[in-house]
Design a protein around this ligand. Structure first.
Ligand code: ZN
Length: 342
């Protein structure tokens, strides 16, 4: 009951990359960079186990960014000539690569991290991939054409590539494959209309557990400012949850801690496992086990106890290592307290 995990990313050690940045520069190159990525992955496997988490991830140590890490292994994308683009409905600017021709995987994307995970922990492992709609929102297009039709075509093309990698991750021994779709909270109608279909295409044929993570983003200033415009009640999930409840995806990860999401929206996910965000990623304040257990208690009004999985609101990548570690411990201790209370 209450198996704990992180949403996905963890801070990179300062010997691997610049710290507290969303698109950090690597500190090594070539073979030594590969070794450093593997070392950082191992370090975080151990740290998650020591903190007491039940489901272990790679902490996304081998990717510069959760979307671009995947795109680097895709043929048809020009990384040499990045362009500035407003992403998440122009919430903030990012330097993004461009799609210039038909898309194809160059080979495996995350074999190294997945195999390291499987070899070094006996606990369940979760692996994250960007969702098709969020990829489309984090890359410039010069190939699929203008408008919604082009976006849908490109999303379906990415979904096929994601599916290839997801099937290979499953063969590596991954127990849970999670697609990250922060874009679902931004393009509400499109998410319910074609976003969920593209997601199901990405998960086609998987027999392991499948999940989708939908959040209000990392704890960066642009996101904090955006959240301040969303009013007293954040009802974005209301649009996409019914479509997800009808979908083939097994688990939905959402943010709850310190957010203005009405808890009762969880009831729209009837039948699904719910990864409840009980750790805030936009605050350095460490949650107490009591706070975590209280949030779990509130969510239990709307989801059965065997379907509730305590999680972080989002990735911890831009935080300091020290704070992230303490937050992992708070997550595990809070879940233990919630178990004891029941
Ligand atoms: Zn997130």
């Amino acid at each position: 009951m209450f198996a704990t995990s992180i949403a996905g990313s963890l801070p990179k050690p300062e010997w691997l990359a610049e710290t507290q940045k969303l698109w950090p520069q690597w500190k090594a190159q070539g073979e030594s960079l590969q070794q450093a990525k593997a070392d950082a992955t191992l370090l975080w496997i151990k740290a998650q186990e020591d903190a007491g988490l039940d489901i272990i991830g790679d902490g996304e140590q081998a990717r510069q960014h959760f979307v671009h890490g995947f795109l680097e292994q895709v043929e048809g994308i020009d990384f040499e000539n990045k362009v500035k683009m407003g992403i998440r409905n122009n919430r903030y600017d990012a330097m993004v690569p461009q799609v210039v021709s038909a898309l194809k995987l160059k080979g495996r994307v995350h074999a190294m991290e997945a195999q390291l995970l499987r070899a070094h922990t006996t606990r369940k492992i979760k692996f994250t991939l960007p969702g098709p709609m969020t990829i489309v929102d984090t890359v410039a297009d010069r190939f699929y054409g203008e408008g919604e039709e082009g976006r849908i075509k490109m999303a379906m093309a990415f979904a096929e590539l994601l599916n290839q990698e997801a099937l290979a991750l499953q063969a590596d021994g991954v127990d849970i494959i999670q697609f990250d779709e922060p874009a679902f909270n931004v393009y509400l109608d499109a998410a319910a209309d074609w976003g969920v279909k593209a997601l199901e295409r990405a998960a086609l044929g998987l027999t392991c557990t499948t999940a989708v993570h939908i959040c209000y983003g990392y704890g960066i200033q642009a996101n904090v400012d955006w959240k301040n415009t969303l009013g007293q009640e954040w009802r974005q999930y209301e649009k996409v949850f019914p479509a997800l409840a009808q979908s083939s995806i097994d688990q939905v990860s959402l943010e709850c801690m310190h957010s203005h999401v009405p808890m009762d929206l969880i009831a729209l996910l009837k039948g699904k496992d719910v990864m409840v965000g009980v750790i805030d990623v936009a605050s350095e304040q460490i949650e107490t086990p009591e706070e975590v257990a209280d949030t779990i208690g509130k969510a239990l009004q709307f989801v059965a106890k065997d379907k509730l999985f305590p999680c972080t609101n989002c990735g911890l990548a831009p935080m300091s290592r020290e704070v992230a570690l303490k937050k992992l411990e708070a997550l595990a201790k809070g879940a233990a307290l919630a178990r004891a209370r029941l």
